[in-house]
Structures are given as structure tokens and as C-alpha cells.
Design a protein around this ligand. Structure first.
Ligand SMILES: *Cc1c(COP(=O)(O)O)cnc(C)c1O
Length: 394
């Protein structure tokens, strides 16, 4: 048997992790069971002592979940992956599982809304504090270092501003200070960004997005670069209980087979839409790493295999224009989330980031006319004519 890690990414998408049984099933069966029968008392005792490998109880492990985890570890290029019930379960398990009271985090200021809330409002109750900085500035990161800093938490491209942070340069800081280096790689997926090439220790994904890709699952994953870091977070997840269920794990594993096809097609559409928006007189500014006008275009070229399919743009008419666009657009579904086959559109100021204070929004560059688009895999001419129609109305 060849080692699947030596095959190309496209082949890995289709075959990685697939574990069949004696029936010869071509895909991994769904082991929809909460618990596993022991052969006898001695067998049960050995499993609990860890003297023999096997399954005990689905919160602790399940073959369908394990197959999906193996696939993702291979695609991301890490040693092991840990499936979680949501992206937020992955963030929480990692932060609460690796840090303790008194520790300090430096985080990208423009992060996923619920991550911002968890780090800013919830973790301080347990003694873990966070400073949010513009991590596209290496100076800003260095200035935020405190004696108790333990973790760098980076999201790039950031949500929803598409600001890009220099992963290699941040990796040097992490190494120099022995910080735990975490990357939320949701926006890129392993097709477009390989966290472990830059010294990242843990990457996380909301698998709800590109990895599953069909807007029908909520799930998350933590991937470790070093196997040595796996047992501790696995144990934490066992206790915190944010386990993914076997059916969702099956759906994610199925989604992975078309991951590259979907990501590449959506990206092709996104580049065309970004160029269209940049020429549109009703648009003030477009943020997309595939445009030369993007402030970190060069860094994106260096660390990403492509610009991806998330675009944000600023409407000239502000809040009012944003609402107007939401109420008149066709094909693009007015919905939060991203990374699915269908194009989605949303207005952060009135939706995902509405809970942030005015100052926090301002500092994270979430302006009133900002619109975020997750481009899907529909026909590009249909998407463009839908945009044309809506711009005539606003
Ligand atoms: C969606 C998302 C999350 C949270 O994931 P859930 O699956 O919704 O819990 C975290 N980070 C990013 C970048 C996301 O887009």
C-alpha cells in the first residue's frame, strides 16, 4: 500500500481517511452508535486501561469520526485532527484546553464574531485575557506582548474585512517567544493555505464552511502539527464534550471529496465578481486578495495558493444602501455563514457584527456600508446579471 500522504492533494481529497469494513463498502460506513460492546470483562478492562486499541463510547471515539479526522489531518498536512461539534467548540476546546488562568492571548482584531465574544467576554471570567490588535502589523503584535502572553491567535484572511496577516513573520515571533501559534484557517481551507509551512502549532476550521461545503452541517476541527500535542486536547474534548456526531462526520468526509473542485470553481467566480465590483461606480472599495488594490496583495501572493472566494466591499450609500442591497438581490442567498456551494451575501453592520460596540466596529474596520459575499459555484453569468439588476435598484 502506498502512503496516501505521498499522493497529490486531488487524490487525497478523494481517498484520504476512507476506512471500509469487511463488506467492501467503498465509503466509510456510518457507525451511528453511542456505545460499543466489549467481548468480555477482560476486553473492556483492557480498553479502559489503554492496553488495547478499540472503541468504547462515541464521545471518546467512533470509527466514522476517526476516518474523517484522518482525512483532514492528511489534507491540512498535520499529524492528527480532532473533530468537534462546531467551529466554536474547536476554538473553545483549544483555548480552554491549552491555557490557564493568568495567561494572555494576542488575537487578530478582526476575527469571527463569536470568537471575539468568547475571547473578550467569556474567557476573562476564567482568568484568560486577550488583547486584540491589527495582526497585519508586526509592530502591533510586538507592542502587545506581555510577560504572561502565551498564545497568538490569528485569522487570515480575517472575517469580514479580508485583512491579511503575514503568517511567516508572525511564526518568527511565535518561535522566538515560544508562544502557542494558532491559525483559524477556515477562509482558505487546506486547498489554498498550509498553516504548518509557517510554524503554526494548531490550525482550526469551522468545517461548517468549505470543508463540508454544502450548508447542511455545523462542525469544527482542530489539527495539530505535532502528534505530541494531540493527547492533551483529545482528553480535553472528551471532558468538555463538544464531540461531533457520526452522521455529521460522514457528511463532512463526503464533502471533502469535492473540496478542491468546489474551492477552485468558487475562486474563479470570485475573481470575476471582485473585478466587476471594483469597476462599479456605486462601490467605494473592494477587499479581495486577488485584486492588486488589496493592501496585502503581495503577502497573499506569497502565502496563499489563491485569493479564495470571500469578498467584502464598501457601498457608497452606507447603512441604507447595505439594507437596500440585501432586500433586492437574487440568487445570492441573504444568509450568514460561508464556504458552501451556494453564493451568500450579508451585511455585517446590521447582522453578524451588530453586537459589537461602535468603537470596536470602527477599530475592526467594520463600516456601515460593508457587504460580505461568499461566492458559490453557480454560473458566473447568472451571478453577474443578478448583481447588475440589484445595482440598478439601489
Ligand atoms: C463560522 C466560523 C467560525 C465558527 O464556526 P461554527 O461552526 O459556526 O461554530 C469560526 N471561525 C471562522 C472564521 C468562521 O467563519
Amino acid at each position: 500500500m502506498h502512503n496516501i500522504r505521498n499522493y497529490s492533494f486531488d487524490t487525497q481529497c478523494v481517498h484520504a481517511g476512507v476506512k471500509t469494513d469487511e463488506t467492501g463498502a467503498v465509503t466509510t460506513p456510518i457507525y451511528q452508535t453511542s456505545t460499543f460492546r466489549f467481548k468480555n470483562a477482560e476486553h473492556g478492562a483492557k480498553l479502559f486501561k489503554g492496553e488495547e486499541k478499540g472503541f468504547i463510547y462515541t464521545r471518546l471515539g467512533n470509527p466514522t469520526i476517526e476516518a474523517m479526522e484522518n482525512a483532514i489531518a492528511i489534507l491540512e498536512g498535520g499529524a492528527k485532527a480532532l473533530g468537534c461539534s462546531s467551529g466554536m467548540s474547536a476554538v473553545h476546546t483549544l483555548v480552554a484546553g491549552t491555557l490557564q488562568a493568568g495567561d494572555h492571548i494576542i488575537s487578530s482584531e478582526s476575527v469571527y464574531g463569536a470568537t471575539q465574544t468568547l475571547l473578550a467576554n467569556v474567557m476573562p471570567r476564567f482568568g484568560i485575557t486577550t488583547t486584540f490588535v491589527d495582526t497585519s502589523s508586526i509592530e502591533a503584535i510586538k507592542n502587545a506582548i506581555q510577560p504572561n502572553t502565551k498564545m497568538l491567535y490569528i485569522e487570515t484572511p480575517a472575517n469580514p474585512t479580508i485583512v491579511i496577516s503575514d503568517l511567516g513573520a508572525i511564526g518568527k515571533i511565535a518561535k522566538e517567544h515560544n508562544f502557542i501559534y494558532v491559525l483559524d484557517n477556515t477562509f482558505m481551507s487546506p486547498v489554498l493555505q498550509k498553516p504548518f509551512d509557517f510554524g503554526v502549532d494548531y490550525s482550526i476550521h469551522s468545517m461548517t464552511k468549505y470543508l463540508n461545503g454544502h450548508a447542511d452541517v455545523v462542525a469544527g476541527v482542530i489539527i495539530v502539527k505535532d502528534e505530541a500535542n494531540y493527547p492533551a486536547i483529545k482528553k480535553m474534548l472528551n471532558h468538555f464534550g463538544g464531540t461531533i456526531d457520526p452522521f455529521n462526520a460522514f457528511l463532512v468526509h463526503r464533502g471533502l471529496k469535492t473540496l478542491k473542485l468546489r474551492v477552485m470553481k468558487a475562486q474563479e467566480n470570485a475573481q470575476i465578481i471582485a473585478e466587476y465590483l471594483e469597476k462599479n461606480p456605486k462601490v467605494e472599495k473592494v477587499m479581495y486578495p486577488g485584486l492588486k488594490s488589496h493592501p496585502q496583495y503581495e503577502i497573499a501572493q506569497k502565502q496563499q495558493k489563491g485569493p479564495g472566494s470571500m469578498i467584502s466591499f464598501e457601498l457608497k450609500g452606507g447603512f441604507e444602501a447595505g439594507i437596500n442591497l440585501m432586500n433586492n438581490i437574487e440568487i445570492f442567498q441573504l444568509a450568514v455563514s460561508l464556504g458552501g456551494v451556494e453564493s451568500l451575501i450579508q451585511h455585517p453592520a446590521s447582522m453578524t457584527h451588530a453586537g459589537m460596540t461602535k468603537e470596536a466596529k470602527l477599530s475592526a474596520k467594520i463600516t456601515d456600508g460593508l457587504v460580505r459575499v461568499s461566492v458559490g459555484i453557480e454560473d458566473i453569468d447568472d451571478l453577474l446579471s443578478s448583481l447588475d439588476n440589484v445595482f440598478k435598484k439601489i
